[in-house]
Design a protein around this ligand. Structure first.
Ligand code: XIL
Length: 358
C-alpha cells in the first residue's frame, strides 16, 4: 500500500510537471535572488562605478549608506577645486577632500581627483591679482604640486585640465590660457601640455586626464581634443585618458545619437587612452513616468556603451540623489537628473544602469 501511494504521488507530480512546469510545482518556489548593487554588477565588467560626492552630506545616514553600497569610487564634486582647496595665496584647505578620502578608504572605494586647471571656481585672490604670466605659471605649478603631493598614493587619477576648449574647437579664453595665461597665450594647447608635465612630475603614479563636456559625439570640440591627444601621445606628453562628462538633456539627447559617441570613443581608445565617463546625468523638464522611462533608456544606453568599449574603465554619475544635484541651480526649470530620487529611492534610471551591467 505504502509503495502504491508513493507511486501515485510521483505520477501526480509528473502530470503536474508536464503541464505546468517542473520547478514551479514539484519544488517550493525559490526565494527571490537578493538584488544586486551597481558596484557588484559593474565589477564583473571591471568597470569602476563612481559618483560625485560632497563631505557635507555624509551627515545623512541614507546618503552614506547608498554611497558606500552602490559605488566603488567617489570624486569630490567641489572640494578639490582651486577656490576651495587653495582659498588664500599661502593657505590650502584639504579638510573636505580628506573627509571624503577617509570615507572612501573605510568603504573600499577609489577616489578620483577633480580638478587642477579650470577657468571656474578660481579664487578671488587669484583672479584679481594682476600676475605676470611668469608669476602665474609659478602659482599654478606650486598649486598642482602641493595638491597632488597631499594626495599622492591616495587619489589614483586626476582631471588635470578641465574644459579648455570652446564648442568650435578653439582654445577658451581663460586666466590660464591668455588672461594673462601662464606664458603660452596664443600657443594653442601648449599650456595644457605644461600642466600635464607638472602633474606627472608631482605624482608619477596618478592617471592623468583631460576632461570636457559636449564632447561625447564627433564634433568640432571633440575633433580638437582628439588632435591634441594624438599630438600629446606622439610627443610623449603625459596624458593617460580622456574624461567625457555626459551632462545629457532629454530634450536633445536620445539613445540613437549614441552611435557617434561609440565611434568617438573608439578613436580615442585607438590612441591607447583610457576613457572615463565622468559626470553623467540626464536632466528633465518634468518628473512624469514617461520622462523617467525615457531617462532610464538613456542611462541604459550610456552604460552599455561603457560596457562595450574595453577602454572605458569608469562610469561615474554627477551625484546620485536628486536631493543634492547641481542641475536645478544651473539649468532653469530642469531637475530629476540622477538615479535616485530625493528620498533616496531607486528610479527607473537606476534600473536602466543595473540592467545594462547584468
Ligand atoms: C559643478 C558642481 O556640481 C556645482 O556644485 C558647482 O557649484 C559648480 O560646478 N562640469 C564640471 C564640474 O567639470 O566641476 C561642474 O560641477 C559641473 C560641470
Amino acid at each position: 500500500m505504502r509503495g502504491f501511494r508513493f507511486n501515485a504521488q510521483i505520477l501526480a507530480s509528473l502530470f503536474l510537471c508536464i503541464f505546468f512546469g517542473c520547478r514551479a510545482r514539484v519544488n517550493a518556489p525559490a526565494p527571490p535572488a537578493p538584488e544586486s548593487t551597481l558596484r557588484v554588477a559593474a565589477e564583473a565588467h571591471r568597470i569602476t562605478i563612481g559618483t560625485a560626492a560632497h563631505s557635507r552630506y555624509l551627515r545623512e545616514p541614507e546618503y552614506e549608506a547608498v554611497l558606500a553600497s552602490e559605488f566603488s569610487q567617489l570624486e569630490p564634486e567641489n572640494e578639490l577645486k582651486f577656490a576651495v582647496v587653495h582659498p588664500a595665496p599661502d593657505r590650502y584647505d584639504f579638510s573636505g577632500g580628506d573627509v571624503l578620502l577617509s570615507f572612501a578608504e573605510s568603504h573600499d572605494m577609489l577616489v578620483r581627483g577633480h580638478t587642477l586647471v579650470w577657468h571656474r571656481q578660481v579664487p578671488q585672490w587669484l583672479s584679481s591679482a594682476h600676475h605676470t604670466p611668469a608669476q602665474l605659471a609659478m602659482v599654478l605649478r606650486d598649486h598642482i604640486k602641493r595638491v597632488m603631493l597631499h594626495y599622492a598614493g591616495k587619489l589614483y587619477a586626476w582631471d588635470v585640465v578641465n574644459e579648455a576648449f570652446n564648442d568650435d574647437g578653439s582654445m577658451r579664453t581663460t586666466v590660464w590660457y591668455d588672461q594673462p595665461g601662464i606664458g603660452y597665450a596664443g600657443g594653442g594647447t601648449r599650456y595644457v601640455e605644461q600642466a600635464f608635465r607638472w602633474a606627472r612630475a608631482s605624482d608619477p603614479k596618478a592617471h592623468l586626464f583631460y576632461n570636457d563636456y559636449d564632447t561625447e559625439q564627433i564634433n568640432a570640440k571633440s575633433d580638437a581634443i582628439y588632435a591634441m591627444a594624438k599630438d600629446f601621445k606622439a610627443r610623449g606628453v603625459p596624458l593617460d585618458g580622456i574624461g567625457f562628462q555626459f551632462h545629457l538633456d532629454l530634450r536633445f539627447d536620445n539613445p540613437n545619437k549614441l552611435a557617434s559617441t561609440a565611434e568617438n570613443m573608439r578613436r580615442f581608445a585607438a590612441l591607447g587612452l583610457e576613457i572615463n565617463i565622468t559626470e553623467l546625468d540626464v536632466r528633465l523638464s518634468d518628473g512624469s513616468p514617461a520622462s523617467l522611462h525615457s531617462q532610464a533608456s538613456l542611462y541604459h544606453a550610456v552604460t552599455k556603451l561603457c560596457v562595450a568599449q574595453p577602454a572605458c574603465k569608469v562610469l561615474q554619475a554627477w551625484g546620485f540623489t536628486d536631493k543634492h544635484s547641481w542641475i536645478p541651480g544651473f539649468f532653469p526649470n530642469m531637475d530629476w537628473g540622477l538615479p535616485f530620487d530625493k528620498d533616496y529611492k531607486k528610479k527607473p534610471a537606476y534600473y536602466g544602469m543595473l540592467g545594462a551591467l547584468q
